[in-house]
Design a protein around this ligand. Structure first.
Ligand code: KG4
Ligand code: ZN
Length: 335
């Protein structure tokens, strides 16, 4: 079974073909980073226009890269995401499904991030998933595909948003996550003891206070931090985010007696988060599964993979196809 997956929820125009839920035959991701860089953040109107310009070429390449195979279904991201961007992907998918006379499947973006793992290793249930990206910081408990309980989420900035905003106040460029990840390697994570926003009474997260703590620190340094101070700030800020995320995901796994943790979303590409979660998981007998960094950020393969699961599991009804910028995830696939 071959599935074409189309992803346009944010600022990547992406299409991929996945065979039998195992092999990626093609995976084309066209990033709009250069377009949004000068605004140091995503401009929704520009994003949807760029998707419109690129989508046909991206889909054509996804087919061309693997010798124009036949596909059995077309999947697209139904939400959450930017409405204008989602609609471009949906219309493209709907048109293709009609032309190819095959089923059309709407996929929840968060389910896509969870299933990205399955392109390199088997997903094992029950699991705790931590989806961390520019738009999400969600801690999810799942006993089987399609059954999701959102335990907690961010109350203000998403983890990736915090990376992007801290990079902006240090004048480092956009997107901030990969830049901070790189510079943090040259700094001391213990140089500044930033707060760990653990909020022990809930599974929720909050990164706005941490970002403000970095701002105060930078202001106290006066005339702009020197390079070594920037490295220390990056390392210390990153350590606070990673420590918080890893503490919560491990606590959730232990509380719910779950032996499998899945990481997903752009921030799951962070080298320190991967390292800390792997070590803490090993110490507690918890398997931490994470996609390779290239499949942590938005891509069409994860959408095709989640849809493949959906097609093979007849107990999961296909829901409506309407795009929804704030599509809920709680028990999303069981109606
Ligand atoms: O999943 P994604 O591609 O798009 C969204 O759905 O938001 O995630 C993008 C986010 C950005 O905020 C970016 O700064 C962050 O993921 N990111 C990282 C790293 N690579 C990407 N954050 C920390 N470390 C990284 N290596
Ligand atoms: Zn995403």
């Amino acid at each position: 079974m071959r599935v074409l997956g189309i992803e346009t929820s944010c600022d990547e125009t992406a299409a991929a073909i996945v065979e039998n839920g195992r092999s990626i035959l093609s995976n084309v991701v066209s990033s709009q980073v250069a377009l949004h860089r000068k605004y140091r953040g995503i401009v929704p109107e520009l994003a949807s226009r760029a998707h419109l310009q690129k989508i046909a070429g991206v889909v054509e390449r996804a087919f061309g890269d693997c010798g124009n195979p036949q596909v059995d279904a077309v999947a697209y991201t139904q939400g959450p995401g930017l409405m204008g961007s989602l609609l471009v992907g949906k219309v493209a998918a709907q048109t293709l499904a009609h032309m190819l006379d095959c089923p059309l499947i709407g996929v929840n973006h968060l389910e896509g991030h969870i299933f990205a793992v399955e392109l390199s290793q088997k997903l094992r249930f029950p699991l705790i998933a931590l989806i961390v990206s520019g738009g999400h910081t969600d801690l999810i408990l799942s006993f089987k595909p399609g059954r999701y309980r959102v335990l907690g989420r961010t109350r203000d900035d998403a983890a990736g948003e915090a990376f992007d905003k801290v990079a902006r106040l240090l004048n480092l460029g956009y997107p901030g996550g990969p830049i901070i990840d790189r510079l943090a390697k040259k700094g001391d994570p213990a140089a500044v003891k930033f707060p760990r926003p653990l909020m022990p009474e809930t599974w929720d997260f909050s990164f706005a206070g941490l970002k403000t703590a970095v701002l105060y620190r930078v202001q106290r340094l006066g005339n702009g931090p020197r390079p070594c101070e920037i490295h220390d700030l990056c390392a210390s800020f990153q350590e606070a985010v990673v420590d918080t995320l890893a503490a919560k995901v491990m606590a959730a796994a232990q509380k719910f007696g779950v032996k499998d943790v899945v990481l997903g979303g752009g921030v799951a590409a962070n080298s320190r988060l991967r390292e800390v979660c792997a070590v803490r998981g090993f110490d507690r007998g918890i398997r931490v599964a994470m996609p390779p960094p290239s499949l942590c950020t938005d891509n069409g393969a994860m959408i095709a993979q989640a849809a493949t699961h959906r097609l093979m599991d007849k107990s999961r009804p296909v829901r409506g196809f309407r795009c929804d910028p704030s599509l809920p995830f709680q028990n999303w696939a069981i109606g």
